[in-house]
Design a protein around this ligand. Structure first.
Ligand SMILES: Cc1cc2nc3c(=O)[nH]c(=O)nc-3n(C[C@H](O)[C@H](O)[C@H](O)COP(=O)(O)OP(=O)(O)OC[C@H]3O[C@@H](n4cnc5c(N)ncnc54)[C@H](O)[C@@H]3O)c2cc1C
Length: 350
């Protein structure tokens, strides 16, 4: 019988375990479907893990703004950087692509950092959780290989994105089993496919340009990459977070110094477009297999400030499984860490 079982050895599961294991008498077990910990950390930020952002604010997130702000009041980017530096992981500010981003030397450093900090925990890797039930104040967790019990259960199972890295819908299923509402799930931080009228994008495959985009009530600026399927690049990925199936507006020359690349001028020669005010509705997006994150998730209205379910005792939800999703730029790891901190610290204070 464990005191705490954490499902998911990703950013939020590992960070919460690092904090919880400070209390030496707690018996903690982390379960993951993958044979190794931190699969998404490994591939993140092009192998250099964009771990947080200098300009952290709830403005860069989709979700309940007050809930997000309250969480960052307890654990923000500065406290995260301090925690990392104290434990000898030193992220570097690198603003080449997105403003305010902190990258690590290598994602492997982040994974070994967490391996060290979770030494006191048991790991049940290569085990897929299939079901959870609750009987006599105990959680019974059934994997494809085992059945284990625990007093407290932390759901750190992330979203549906990148099934190749272990994503499943188990976190949402467990939430629903205990009466929680799931806000509609959709791929986010993902490229757009285009309609017939925008097929000229495809001719420009490989070209990137600095643009400004209006999507819903947000204005975003950054690099757009034309692809053989439509468009992608940092500013499009963040646009996809706010996009709700309608039109977006692109300014292809947002500053006075903007110059239009030759290939671009050539491609638009025979089409009538307003380069400062180009409106179009994407056909869709590249889907969960390519999306960096999942928007939507467990409704935060039903979660208290310590990330415990308001509906079920000793059940906690942290990280991406919740209905909080950030723009590109280290915001999603920061959310995973901040939510985990609030949850784990409160459990320790008991
Ligand atoms: C390619 C890519 C690059 C990214 N780069 C960045 C970046 O640079 N900066 C940033 O801030 N964010 C980045 N993100 C987003 C970031 O990785 C996630 O938001 C973050 O990892 C969420 O952490 P989490 O712990 O909540 O979930 P995850 O990291 O997804 O961890 C969930 C874990 O649960 C396990 N799991 C799921 N279902 C089961 C089950 N049934 N049984 C057992 N285990 C299960 C999974 O195997 C996984 O290990 C990137 C995402 C991708 C896909």
């Amino acid at each position: 019988m464990y005191d705490i079982i954490i499902i998911g050895a990703g950013a939020s599961g590992l960070f919460s375990a690092s904090i919880l294991q400070k209390q030496k008498n707690l018996k903690i077990c982390i379960i993951d479907k993958n044979p190794k910990i931190g699969a998404k950390i490994k591939v993140s930020g092009g192998g250099k893990c964009n771990i947080t952002n200098k300009y952290l604010s709830s403005n860069f997130y989709l979700g309940n703004q007050q809930f997000i702000e309250n969480t960052f009041k307890k654990f923000d980017n500065n406290l995260l950087l301090k925690f990392l530096r104290t434990n000898n992981l030193i992220p570097i500010l690198n603003e080449k692509i997105v403003k305010g981003t902190y990258f690590c030397n290598s994602s492997d450093d982040v994974i070994s950092f967490f391996s060290k900090l979770t030494k006191g925990c048991d790991f049940l890797l290569d085990n897929e959780v299939l079901d959870v039930s609750y009987l006599n104040d105990e959680y019974i967790i059934t994997t494809n290989k085992k059945r284990i019990k625990s007093k407290k259960l932390l759901i750190a199972t992330g979203g549906l994105s990148y099934p190749s890295l272990g994503a499943t819908d188990i976190g949402y299923k467990i939430a629903q089993k205990f009466g929680h509402t799931i806000v509609t799930l959709n791929p986010a931080l993902v490229g757009f496919t285009v309609q017939k009228e925008q097929f000229w994008f495809k001719e420009l495959s490989g070209l990137s340009m600095n643009v400004k985009i209006k999507v819903e009530d947000k204005i975003l600026e950054g690099s757009l990459l034309f692809t053989h399927k439509g468009c992608s690049g940092p500013v499009i990925l963040s646009t996809s977070l706010y996009w709700k199936k309608g039109q977006i507006v692109i300014d292809f020359a947002p500053s006075k110094e903007s110059y239009l690349p030759k290939r671009f001028k050539q491609a638009i020669k025979n089409i009538d477009i307003d380069i400062h005010n180009y409106k179009f509705a994407p056909a869709g997006n590249f889907g969960f297999t390519k999306a960096e994150v999942t928007k939507g998730g467990v409704d935060t209205e039903e979660i208290n400030e310590h990330f415990e379910s308001k509906l079920q005792k000793n059940l906690f939800f942290i990280g991406e499984v919740l209905d909080v999703t950030g723009e590109l730029g280290g915001y999603n790891f920061q959310w995973a860490f901040s939510s985990s901190y609030c949850c784990a610290n409160n459990i320790l204070q008991g």
